[in-house]
Design a protein around this ligand. Sequence first.
Ligand code: PXP
Length: 251
Amino acid sequence: MIRLYVNVDHVATLRQARKTYEPDPLDAAIAAERVGAHGITVHLREDRRHIQDHDLERIRNAIKGPLNLEMAAVDEMVGIAQKLRPYQVSLVPEKREEITTEGGLNVLSQEKHLNEVRLKMVDAGILFSLFVDPDFAQIDSAFRVGARSIEINTGPYSECTNIEERERALQKIVEGCRHARDQGLRVFAGHGLKVDNVEAIAAIPEIEELNIGHHLVSRSILIGMEQAVQDVQNAIERGVARRHPSSLRTY
Ligand code: PXP
């Protein structure tokens, strides 16, 4: 069976727009687990634009299943992971000016550094994974670094608007997954996946785990809007019912 990890970052994005306490990514994580999500993913960015340090601790302690922490391979994050000890760490490239993770890690250019980070994670009992493009050279490099699993970047596939382009991007992912499996790597995938493009990815036999975030948070806002408006309308009506009869006006 394929495992679904739900990324709750963008629940925190909405909360941070007001710097308040709602919506709480922990509530979203618990709701996702309630309907069968296998794990929860969060990305602690260096600029803390969505998930905050206190979210990590609370989510780590409250969820029943595994926590996958996405992070940059920098000292600050390595220290946080060593203290927090999530089930898994996925290293991603990070640029301050990007809107979201824009591509896979350049593993080739930093094998020594990534191997050092891996050793620290393994010492702390944390599974170690690298987010890479479906590129044979990067996959081979991930293997040399000692990773036992990789997450294949499905971002370019999910962005294709043209059918032939999408088919080519899918084929690249299929071949990348097969190549990674041939090296003995466990294969995960994610980025930009949604209801109408996930089926072809889930059909790839090597893929064990998917990470999905933005689409789930986007859809849950719309699916939940009717109930949210109804609840507020009911509360307004309860308030109106408490008004003194003489203050009621008819229009
Ligand atoms: N995998 C990685 C490595 C990511 O950085 C992200 C985005 O945080 C995801 C998966 C999930 O992508 P999306 O939010 O587009 O579903």
